[in-house]
Design a protein around this ligand. Sequence first.
Ligand SMILES: [Cu+2]
Length: 202
Amino acid sequence: MTPPPPSRRDFLSAGAAVVAGLGGAPAWEAALDGWARRTRGPAAGVEAILMRSNLQGSWVSFDPIGLFVEPGATIRWTVQANVHTTTAYHPRNGHHPLRIPAAAAPWDSGYLVNPGDHFEVTLTVPGVYDYFCTPHEAMGMVGRIIVGKAVGPGAAPFDYWVGRPGTADWLHVPEAARRTFPSVARILSERRVHPVVPRSAG
Ligand SMILES: [Cu+2]
């Protein structure tokens, strides 16, 4: 029942429009936004997160970067531009620190390379889920989902594990990523937090 993603021709004609300087949001962006809305479908409890980038790749982000959902919601990440992953902060994902509920299964989408490529998880265990994009974590491409209530390791300070047994090889969350996460309080208040797009993003 999922409609096909925008065709290659859509992107080529959109590219021509950008080159022609017609102003406003690029046509490809509008096409993808519309497609993402349609693919969200009528089923309640499916939440769409876009994986965005400017043309140069100097700005990348999940959008929304902060999201509140009820337990049992399905999250669908869709590539809008550039190449991304959605990967849970979990020791099984390359020794990243545990920042999802201990009882929850970690996920890793692997590389999603084409606009429209997507990946889904269904989150049932209440708590805070922090995740990152493998190629862009160091640039601060991370996101946070709160399922039901703000509990678990994701609600703890970034370095809560330091000195605990079995965590010696856990990585740290990069500084740019730490600055990017919306706070738990803001997500609980706003339910859906969008990224700030810098003026220089182009
Ligand atoms: Cu990315």
